[in-house]
Structures are given as structure tokens and as C-alpha cells.
Design a protein around this ligand. Structure first.
Ligand SMILES: [Zn+2]
Length: 271
């Protein structure tokens, strides 16, 4: 499932192809995405230029002058640039066709992705307005985490994945950040000190930055028509490594369920 680093990698890969380009049309081959795509979308975007290619949480935001195109990759979506006349595959549900003959093509076998038109400020859209700060925002700091978690017995891993607290930290990166910060994923969020939260904020950013940097190496795949989605495989510290040796101390990594999600941790390195 695409997480924040994959979406940021896509944003960086696509920006040079899209920025300041004029839109010729849009092609809807399957309107039944996570939410039905507006049938009049082609008319709404035609003739406008893309003024910016942004990201909020896992949403890509294209400023199309009279409104915003909000794209989400869902569980299985990917975006790439293709020549507009290239024959679409079975799962190529949406094209944004540019005047220069290129097209931004959304491929999504499971159709949990989203293509949304927002005529106003995207920050006010119902999917975005309740979101907490971005992990790289100054507003996401130790004081914020500390203040928001006093009296809470919820496991820190769940809190880190709560988009009202900080957005875009999915399961993989929550597990990895907690390992790097030496914090046990089940620890009650209300019982973590300010200095430990300062460390956690650093490690969330370091983990995401490393993933974005790794994504950079496959950036070319993202914008070629070879069908490869461009996601990277990272060397994880704990994620998916149950029973394998901790990379720091050699103790076998444990796997448990916390809430509905899998958690992985080193019982020696994480307290
Ligand atoms: Zn360890």
C-alpha cells in the first residue's frame, strides 16, 4: 500500500512533467473508484494549466486554476506519465491528458483510489480538514505529542498512526520509527516523557526521509511507461522481520497485533 514516502516520491517524479502544463482533457474509463468520479471532470479541467503539484498526507494536490484535482492511490494505485495515445490496460482508469501529448495515467487494480475535484481550498475538503500536522511541519514536535497524549492509555503505535495527531505515518513507518527511538509499540502514549517524544519526532522524520531518498533511486521508473510502480524495497529494522535477529543486538524480533495492525519490535532495544 502506498504510504507517505511513496506518494512524496511520486509527487517529486511527476512535478517536472506536470508543472505549468496545459490540460487538454481527462479520460474516465471507470468512474467507480472509492467514490464515484464526477462525470463532468473532463469539462472542468480542460484548457486549464497546472499551477502546482503538492501533497497533503497521502493526497496529491494539483492546482488547476479554477479548482483542485485531489488524487489518492488507495491500496494498489500508481501514477505514471505515458504518451496519451498509448493503449490503456485493464486497470488504467483515469488519464489527465496534457496539450503536449503526454498523459498522467492512474492504474489501480483494486479501485480504492480516488479522483476528486475540489472547487475551493483543498484544505477545507472533508478528507483533509481534520488532518493533524505533516511529519515535517514545525507544528509536529515533542510538545505537541506530549500535550496530546497526557492521560491516554492507548499504545503509542496507534497514536502515531492517528492522522489527527500526525498525518501520513502508516504501519511500516510507525514500526520503524519506534524501533529507532527505542520505544516499545505497546507503551501507553500518556506515559512517555517529553525527551523521549523529542527523540521520536526526530526518528519519524529520519525514517521517512530515508524512505523518500530510497524512492529517489527508482524515480525514473515512475515516469516511464514500463508499468513498474516505482515503489522501493527498504531494508527494514523490524517491519516484517518476526523471528529474525535484531539488526542492533541480535535478539529475535517479535511480532504482535496491536489494535487491528501488526507490530514488530525488539524486546531488548525497545522499552
Ligand atoms: Zn535489539
Amino acid at each position: 500500500m502506498p504510504e507517505l514516502p511513496e506518494v512524496e516520491t511520486a509527487r517529486r517524479g511527476l512535478e517536472p512533467w506536470l508543472l505549468n502544463q496545459r490540460i487538454r482533457s481527462a479520460v474516465l474509463r471507470h468512474r467507480g473508484m472509492r467514490w464515484p468520479v464526477r462525470a463532468d471532470l473532463p469539462r472542468l479541467v480542460a484548457g486549464h494549466s497546472i499551477r502546482s503539484v503538492g501533497r497533503r498526507s497521502k493526497y496529491l494536490l494539483l492546482d488547476c486554476e479554477t479548482g483542485w484535482l485531489i488524487l489518492h492511490l488507495g491500496m494498489s494505485g500508481s501514477l505514471r506519465m505515458v504518451p496519451a495515445q498509448q493503449v490503456p490496460g485493464k486497470h488504467d482508469h483515469f488519464d489527465l491528458v496534457l496539450e503536449n501529448g503526454q498523459a498522467l495515467r492512474l492504474t489501480d487494480p483494486r479501485r480504492f483510489g480516488a479522483v476528486i475535484w475540489e472547487p475551493g481550498e483543498p484544505a477545507h475538503h472533508k478528507l483533509l480538514r481534520g488532518l493533524g500536522p505533516e511529519p515535517f511541519d514545525a507544528a509536529f514536535d515533542a510538545k505537541w505529542l506530549h500535550a496530546r497524549t497526557r492521560g491516554r492509555s492507548a499504545p503509542i503505535k496507534n497514536v502515531l498512526m492517528d492522522s489527527h495527531i500526525v498525518c501520513g505515518v502508516g504501519n511500516i513507518y510507525a514500526n520503524e520509527s519506534l524501533f529507532r527511538a527505542g520505544i516499545h509499540p505497546s507503551r501507553a502514549a500518556g506515559r512517555i516523557s517529553l525527551p523521549r517524544y523529542a527523540r521520536l519526532v526526530q526518528e519519524v522524520r529520519a525514517t521517512l526521509n530515508a524512505a523518500i531518498a530510497a524512492g529517489g533511486s527508482t524515480l525514473r521508473d515512475f515516469v516511464q511507461a514500463d508499468g513498474s510502480p516505482g515503489y522501493f524495497q527498504q531494508q527494514y529494522f523490524v517491519y516484517g522481520r518476526q523471528g529474525e535477529a535484531c539488526r542492533r543486538c541480535g535478539t529475535p524480533v517479535r511480532g504482535v497485533r496491536i489494535g487491528q495492525r501488526s507490530a514488530f519490535y525488539c524486546p531488548r532495544c525497545q522499552k
